[in-house]
Design a protein around this ligand. Structure first.
Ligand code: C2E
Ligand code: MG
Ligand code: MG
Length: 741
């Protein structure tokens, strides 16, 4: 629409603006500018006026719309316009303003910069319209001289660039947060690497085929660098040694990245992730274009976030490796066999325990390294005869275990495995005999790994007594064991109703200061003969029989009353730790009942800690998290007991709201600790630091153990060194002897 008095553009008196920085290279990106005006002259004049202008090294490319309607159609198709120069008066007096509203509100395009122009001052939009629709500039065409147009457009383009950068940055950060969450949940190295590939592609908006991820031992390690994950066109390289990767460019980038231990952007991008524990990852991203500064910045944030998730995974895998692996013979250990029994398939219904006959003699007569060599040879022999579908484990000393099908694990097969003399690395072949006890799980009816192993060892004991050098099923032993269990359970039930259960309390000590910070309550049962039955024996029975829930409530009530009774004898933050079995915890009303007991006792939540074992993770994780949240909302803290011996996943531990990891005593004072597995304790402490969890170690018996744990950053400890579990009176006496801090 032309208007009288439209004084189109007067440029004559003005110097043209200088060109920015010389002509742009042909391939450089351009600024897309949209001119919306119903007068053809205006289009031509604008293009002419802006000819040769460059902003931030980029030239301009113009598109034209002769009406608001045309502009709408164009904008709907193309999100890449940086600036629109819009005439206010076109199809209608406010067609331009309506177009602006459409752009902001309907298209949701907030980045596009808008310069409004009109032939007549009377059509100026209200100030608040300018603000609401984020209009950069409003000028009558007569005001808009060439220089002003240059300036106005330059400013609009600059602010467009900033807005895009902010938008991209925010999107990138959102992606990074999501990626960190996803990768933090993965369990294995392989899954982690594949996830890394996916998340990196998403971050950089790349199709998922430009990526390879290689792993290498930082110290040069046993395995040469290899391709751990690869996507799309590179998928076939999975598992290849890095040296065999066919594309020299990709190979070089990955090799260089691993060698430099740093990111590099010369050829695509080589990204480096340090696992911290001997393992490093390098990822190759195939990007033809140079990366923008923002993208690099985002990548670095991504990498440092992911590196933390990766290191946690490494720590966790290492804990599992150490806790489930026998280093001497390279077989799964007792923990691992118990876990395998827990998780077995229905066909895997036979467990055997094998004891080498006269091994003590071999070991004491000849030197101990000969004994080690014999054990290693036995391990190899068993693996050769039974693996891979049978689990072969070493439980300690000369005790080996098998888990397999009834057809695989038979007395005959075991005899067969030892029929030939053992080939030793050095010295004469050695003929050995073994005694074995076999347990058929489906007949026995016991299912938990620890309980099965206990039965199997009862069977082995009988075999050793009556059938040395043979492998026998001991159904009789099982029957005995079952009968004994039922008797024990009946006695426990009676004792509970006769109130013959009681609690002992064992203090927690802050390792740096020696301060008494709390105590764990431990259930005690003295049977009718006046003997203590260890909780490890009767608690599993109570759990299987449903008796655990009422006993557990009694424990909580008693422990809280005890805490209350301590009064001023302890500091206000002294906490009582209560063990909660997973059968209690999975009860749907566990939390409300526990909180009711707490209220009844009148003990503040922060004076209470709940100790759970990793077996609670068998519950639906969502429910589990919800229950923990409810406890923690009342200030009750949650510790993961016997940490390192279970087999919950890292994702579960990370996903749960825990306060503390409690390092199992086997990693502190047991055989494992002596055999160098103090390493596990150290690894757990590092993991806890990463996950911002407090730590306590149980089973501290010597000052050397205490000092080592303290040195490794463990905050608190519990164990015979400080005090055994004590009854209420003895605990008070003990407290009285402690220096007040
Ligand atoms: P836990 O919760 O890991 O308890 C620590 C165990 O380590 C206790 O064994 C304690 O007596 C023992 N201990 C403490 N200091 C040392 C030390 O310096 N050296 C050694 N070798 N051992 C030490 P306890 O009392 O036999 O309890 C065994 C397990 O029975 C507990 O392990 C816990 O899982 C379970 N338990 C005990 N009381 C309860 C209870 O009230 N409820 C439930 N659900 N479980 C309980
Ligand atoms: Mg405990
Ligand atoms: Mg424990």
């Amino acid at each position: 629409m032309a208007h009288p008095g439209d004084d189109v553009f007067t440029y004559a008196n003005e110097e043209p603006a200088p060109l920015a920085d010389g002509p742009a290279p042909a391939s450089a990106p351009v600024w897309q500018v949209l001119i919306v005006d119903d007068e053809p002259d205006v289009h031509a004049a604008t293009v002419l006026a802006l000819k040769g202008l460059q902003v931030q090294g980029r030239a301009l490319a113009f598109s034209h719309a002769e009406s608001a309607a045309q502009a709408r159609a164009l904008l709907a198709q193309r999100p890449d316009f940086a600036v629109a120069l819009i005439d206010v008066v076109m199809e209608s007096d406010d067609a331009g303003l309506q177009l602006v509203r459409h752009i902001r509100e309907e298209l949701g395009n907030l980045a596009l910069r808008i310069i409004l122009r009109t032939g007549q001052p009377g059509y100026a939009p209200e100030i608040d319209t300018i603000a609401r629709y984020d209009i950069n500039d409003y000028k009558t065409k007569s005001e808009l001289t060439q220089v002003r147009l240059f300036t106005s457009l330059t400013m609009a383009l600059r602010s467009y660039a900033q807005i895009r950068q902010l938008q991209a940055g925010r999107r990138g950060l959102e992606k990074i947060l999501a990626a960190t969450a996803v990768l933090g949940q993965t369990m294995g190295l392989q899954a982690f690497a594949s996830g890394l590939v996916t998340q990196l592609c998403a971050l950089l908006d790349l199709p998922e085929d430009g990526l390879v991820c290689a792993a290498a031992q930082a110290d040069g390690g046993a395995r040469a660098p290899y391709v751990l994950a690869a996507a799309g066109q590179y998928g076939a390289w999975m598992g290849l040694a890095l040296a065999d990767v066919p594309d020299p460019r990709v190979r070089q980038v990955l090799q260089q990245t691993l060698a430099r231990r740093a990111h590099g952007y010369e050829c695509g991008a080589g990204l480096f992730f340090d696992g911290g524990r001997g393992l490093a990852l390098a990822a190759y991203v195939d990007i033809a274009r140079p990366l923008e500064a923002l993208e690099r910045g985002l990548l670095e944030v991504f990498c440092s976030n992911i590196a933390v998730a990766f290191e946690n995974l490494q720590l966790y895998l290492q804990i599992k490796e150490l806790a489930f692996h026998d280093a001497l013979v390279g077989l799964p250990n007792r923990n691992a066999l118990a876990a395998a029994i827990d998780l077995r398939s229905p066909e895997q219904d036979t467990v055997a325990l094998l004891d080498l006959d006269n091994f003590a003699d071999i070991n004491s007569v000849l030197d101990p390294s000969y004994g080690d060599a014999v054990l290693q040879a036995v391990a190899q022999q068993l693996q050769a005869c039974f693996a891979p579908s049978t689990v072969v484990a070493r439980l300690g000393g000369d005790l080996f275990g098998l888990l397999g099908t009834a057809a695989q694990v038979t007395p005959e097969c075991i005899a067969q495995a030892f029929a030939q003399p053992l080939a030793l690395a050095e010295g004469e072949p050695l003929r050995l005999s073994v005694t074995a006890g076999l347990v058929q799980l489906n007949i026995d009816g016991v299912s938990g790994g620890a309980a099965v192993l206990k039965n199997a060892s009862a069977a082995l004991k009988q075999a050793k007594r009556f059938a040395r050098g043979k492998a026998l099923y001991f159904e009789a032993a099982q029957a005995d064991a079952a009968r004994e269990r039922i008797q024990l359970l009946n006695r426990l039930r009676a004792s509970f109703s006769e109130e013959r259960l009681f609690l002992h309390y064992q203090p927690f000590i802050a390792l740096r200061t020696g301060r008494v910070v709390g105590a764990e309550c431990l259930l005690r049962w003295k049977n009718a003969q006046g003997q203590f039955v260890p909780p490890d024996r009767f608690i599993p029975l109570a759990e299987q029989s449903g008796l655990m829930v009422p006993i557990g409530e009694w424990v909580a009530r008693t422990a809280l009353a005890w805490r209350k009774s301590l009064g001023d004898a302890v500091a206000a933050d002294f906490r009582v730790a209560i063990n909660v079995s997973h059968v209690q915890f999975v009860e749907p009303d566990f939390v409300p009942r526990f909180l009711a007991i707490l209220d009844e006792a009148g003990v503040p939540g922060p004076q209470v800690e709940v100790e759970l074992t990793e077996s609670v993770a068998i519950e639906n994780v969502g429910q589990l998290a919800h229950k923990l949240e409810q406890l923690r909302a009342r200030g009750i803290r949650v510790a993961m007991d016997d940490f390192g011996t279970g087999y919950s996943s890292l994702s579960i531990i990370q996903g749960l709201q825990l306060d503390r990891l409690k390092i199992d005593r086997s990693f502190v004072s047991g055989a494992q600790a002596e055999a160098g597995a103090f390493e596990i304790a150290r690894t757990i402490l590092t993991l806890a630091r990463h996950l911002h969890l407090a730590t306590i170690a149980e089973g501290i018996e010597t000052t050397a153990q205490r000092d080592a744990l303290r040195g490794a950053g463990c905050e608190e400890g519990q164990g015979y060194l400080f005090s055994p579990p004590l009854d209420a009176q003895a605990f008070r006496d003990w407290l009285a002897q402690q220096p007040r801090t």
